[in-house]
Design a binder for this molecule. Structure first.
Ligand SMILES: NC(=O)c1ccc[n+]([C@@H]2O[C@H](COP(=O)([O-])OP(=O)(O)OC[C@H]3O[C@@H](n4cnc5c(N)ncnc54)[C@H](OP(=O)(O)O)[C@@H]3O)[C@@H](O)[C@H]2O)c1
Length: 437
């Protein structure tokens, strides 16, 4: 990234430096300020403007002598800001501290819309959501409808989907006048079917797509492969959505250009990424994985959910400067049909008492479970910036401790591994049959 020296006079007082970072025109224009402190004592500190809430400790100590440091204030284009934030932005941290089960004080998707002043405000924006026949996808589509967006709801079971759409329109609470959500038939266990679904969407969407929400997923399936010979969890959760993104990318780019507002791709991942890093990184290891070698249903889920975040970060890195930002969201624990493939042994491994305790505490309602996705879709915090993030509890996420128990917040470092991200991207292009970009 080229560095561009700004004609700023370097402020001498720490508070002025902070003020500059938070208010400068460059910051408003989405060009982040990065401060380089070239000093042996201070080391190198890089602060992204919109995340600075306090200066590094070393700069606020009473014996700080600014002249002793060679401070350079430079700008760089951070429309493709990457990597986990040093200070995660967590506006809903307080209400997530002491969870009391579904329906407690944690925000619903409707609450997020209200807080973001987004009710009816997405008029003219086209949103496509996968997995709208059940669970979190239903509530995400409902919220996007309340936001006034032109919603395309995708699913494989059209009868179920028709019922969902009817319910969304009939039970709208805040915005009853939006365009009726349109159904798209989309089967994710066949790449050919994904191409068909994408084509159907293209015919109907009028060349517009501002928000793509890759929500559909399967969890802990026994070993099986799809029509393309791919292991089911990686096929449905990652490769199908990767192809969908590739096919719809021109629309996301065009919509960003036409509207002047960047498009967003939101990949619904899981804290389950902590179960495993990606289990393959080239054709040979993918072939072995597809053959069922060393298969474990939870490792497979973790691997596919890690792929969701790696893909998100790659989108932001590759297309952030062209107007597409990627965000990965963990919805939390929600009692949906996702557990349909869990065996008696799987449940026993969790322990009955443990499951009961989790249901009564950390579990959320489906509307609360869609809140993080909706936050990623509408929050001004992500308007053309802060992409390439893993989000949970409607906030950016900090690093998980090695021994942190399931259900505690935090990401594992492998999801920000740029080398792995590139390998997955290259391999995914090959698998789904698109030119590498
Ligand atoms: N629930 C949780 O606690 C939790 C936690 C972390 C992450 N997540 C993530 O949240 C997302 C949504 O899960 P959920 O809890 O809402 O689960 P869900 O109730 O089982 O819904 C999953 C959706 O994906 C669709 N789907 C599955 N396989 C498909 C295929 N081959 N082709 C097309 N559509 C397919 C389902 O369609 P059908 O109705 O036809 O089956 C359904 O619409 C998933 O990505 C999941 O990994 C959930």
């Amino acid at each position: 990234m080229p560095w561009l020296r700004l004609p700023y006079k370097v402020p001498q007082r720490p508070q002025d430096l902070l003020h500059l970072c938070q208010t400068s025109a460059a910051v408003q224009a989405n060009i982040g300020l990065e401060l380089l402190y070239k000093s042996i004592e201070v080391g190198r500190e890089a602060c992204h403007s919109n995340r600075i809430t306090q200066l590094p400790k070393s700069l606020t100590t009473p014996d700080y002598i600014p002249e002793a440091l060679d401070i350079t204030v430079s700008t760089r284009d951070t429309t493709a800001t990457m990597g986990p934030p040093a200070t995660p932005y967590q506006p809903y941290a307080e209400v997530h501290k002491d969870p009391k089960g579904p329906g407690d004080a944690r925000p619903t998707s409707l609450q997020i819309l209200k807080d973001s002043d987004a009710i009816g405000k997405l008029k003219g924006k086209t949103v496509l959501i996968t997995g709208c026949s059940a669970g979190i996808g239903v509530e995400t589509a409902r919220a996007m409808y309340e936001a006034g967006a032109t919603v395309f709801a995708a699913a494989r079971d059209m009868k179920k989907l028709d019922g969902v759409i009817e319910d969304i329109v009939k039970n709208a609470q805040e915005n009853k006048d939006g365009p009726r959500p349109q159904p798209i038939e989309l089967h994710l266990d066949s790449l050919e079917a994904v191409r068909k679904g994408a084509e159907d969407f293209k015919q109907k969407c009028g060349g517009q797509l501002s928000i793509l929400i890759n929500n559909a997923g399967v969890m802990a399936t026994p070993y099986s492969t799809t029509k393309d010979g791919l292991e089911t969890q990686i096929a449905v959760n990652h490769f199908a959505h990767f192809l969908l993104f590739q096919l719809l990318k021109p629309l996301l780019l065009d919509s960003a250009k036409q509207s002047g507002s960047p498009s967003r791709v939101i990949n619904v991942t899981s804290a389950g990424h902590r179960f495993s890093t990606l289990k393959f990184n080239d054709k040979a290891s993918l072939d072995a994985w597809n053959s069922g070698e060393g298969y474990n249903n939870w490792i497979a889920y973790g691997s596919s959910k890690s792929a969701n975040v790696l893909m998100t970060n790659a989108i932001d890195r590759k297309y952030g400067s062209q107007g597409i930002h990627g965000l990965a969201v963990h919805p939390g624990g929600i009692a949906t049909d996702l557990g349909r493939h869990m065996t008696k042994e799987d449940w026993e491994a969790y322990g009955e008492e443990n499951v009961k305790r989790m249901m009564a505490t950390i579990f959320k309602s489906t509307s609360q479970g869609s809140a993080n996705t909706v936050w990623a879709a509408v929050s001004p915090h992500f308007e053309g910036k802060n992409g390439g993030q893993y989000l949970e509890d409607c906030g950016e996420t900090g690093l998980a401790g090695e021994s942190d128990a399931a259900g505690t917040p935090g990401y594992r470092p492998h999801i920000y591994d740029e080398e792995l991200e590139n390998k997955l991207w290259k391999l995914s292009c090959e698998v789904v049959g698109v030119h590498e970009d």
